[in-house]
Design a protein around this ligand. Structure first.
Ligand code: PLP
Length: 400
């Protein structure tokens, strides 16, 4: 008996991502040589404790008299009171002009993006992905039946290049995805860059006679270091859709909560919001976890201690630069982007494994020749890893 299955699903489920492979390898090595001797910088799993408000809010919710209804179904797009509270927070912080019916609560940014692409894209539509980008975008865009079009990275500042975007746009472009603060580069896009990008999109949308949506993926919005700002994108470009997640701001990635915000300024707002609700329904992404809807509503705008990541960033960047590596000083997130000293970053990362350093070649972020180091680990682990980095530098003749 032969079984017909969608081969793409079988393929996606059979292969692990490079990061997951490394993570599994790290667990095996830890069992063999001791966890303290493996320096796993592969995954973006936050190490900083959630803010106290998160646990306090959960306790208060559980102790409240209405605790039974706490676990009941909510509206498909999320509890109206929770959406209103998040909208009020966005209005306080960004003058967003948001209302409850502009928000759709989701199980994190992955769902926000998936729903958004399903809401916007028709067969044959193209979605521009600006390298370096989170590898899963490709899966989400293709899953929605659209075609990813990669815009090459703009080294060494890794800001989006508006002119390269202009070249990649076609009448079939439905959306452009941006992610700032950026995984994997650690760069926070400047207001000037975003304004230039917005100007090109406005110009081309007018030329093509249809909107081009700017999908802004913002799980790291609050992880911004001193001296930088992450501008509120809908204020710069009307046809923006915000895909947000509380995973990193509150250090709760396993709890799965986020939202989609369709600003009133977006073209055909009501139809687009209906399409978001419909795509959520089609995908079965209705009623995000009820308890964490309440937590999100109470804690929107609350943030982990970003100073911990900022100190890690400075320590690692200074130490690696002193060893002769070429690094992009992180402006936010918990990722450091480092140039591979040889063109083949995968070969460099293989060598690093010999010193039990687990680094991710940025080929999987469509940025060959670079390496991502996730420094969301305890500071003492970073310190202990330096002798291994020193050996790695020596192996490539960098040591001064
Ligand atoms: N987008 C980017 C850029 C990410 O780095 C991640 C997770 O690391 C996601 C989306 C997915 O976030 P979530 O865990 O909230 O689904």
């Amino acid at each position: 008996m032969s079984l017909q299955l969608p081969e793409k699903s079988v393929e996606l489920g059979s292969a692990r991502s490079v990061m997951r492979e490394l993570f599994e390898y790290g667990k095996k090595r830890a069992a063999a040589v001791g966890a303290e001797n493996v320096y796993d910088f592969s995954l973006g799993n936050p190490s900083v404790e959630p803010p106290a408000q998160v646990d306090e809010c959960i306790r208060a919710l559980l102790d409240a008299p209405q605790a039974a209804s706490l676990h009941a179904y909510t509206s498909a797009q999320g509890d109206a009171g929770c959406r209103a509270a998040i909208a009020a927070s966005l209005n306080r912080r960004f003058a967003a002009g948001a209302g409850a019916d502009d928000l759709y609560l989701t199980v994190g940014a992955a769902a926000s993006l998936t729903i958004t692409f399903h809401a916007l894209c028709c067969p044959g539509d193209e979605v521009l992905l600006l390298a370096p980008f989170f590898a899963e975008y490709r899966v989400f865009v293709e899953g929605a039946g659209a075609m990813p079009v990669v815009v090459p990275p703009h080294a060494p500042d890794f800001e989006p290049d508006a002119e390269a975007v202009r070249t990649a746009l076609t009448p079939r472009t439905k959306a452009v995805v941006i992610n700032s603060p950026n995984n994997p580069s650690g760069v926070v896009f400047s207001r000037e860059t975003l304004e230039k990008l917005a100007a090109v999109l406005r110009e081309k949308a007018a030329e093509y006679g249809h909107p081009i949506f700017l999908v802004t993926d913002e799980p790291y919005r609050e992880l911004v270091f001193a001296g930088r700002e992450a501008p509120w994108v809908p204020a710069l470009y009307a046809d923006t859709i915000v895909c947000y997640s509380y995973s990193k701001a509150l250090s709760i990635p396993g709890e799965r909560i986020g939202y989609i915000f369709v600003p009133q300024s977006a073209a055909e707002h009501d139809r687009v919001y209906a399409a978001v609700c419909g795509a959520g329904r089609k995908l079965g992404f209705v009623n995000a976890p009820a308890l964490f809807q309440r937590v999100a509503a109470a804690c929107d705008g609350v943030t982990v201690d970003v100073g911990i990541y900022e100190r890690n960033a400075a320590f690692l960047c200074d130490a690696l630069t002193a060893l002769g590596f070429d690094c992009i000083p992180p402006q936010g997130t918990f990722y450091l982007f480092m140039k591979s000293p040889v063109p083949d970053a995968a070969a460099f990362c293989e060598k690093a494994k010999e010193f039990d350093l687990l680094l991710v070649p940025a080929d999987s972020f469509s940025c060959p020749g670079w390496v991502r180091i996730a420094f969301c680990v305890p500071a003492e682990q970073l310190q202990r890893s330096l002798p291994a980095f020193e050996k790695l530098a020596q192996a490539f003749g960098l040591q001064k």
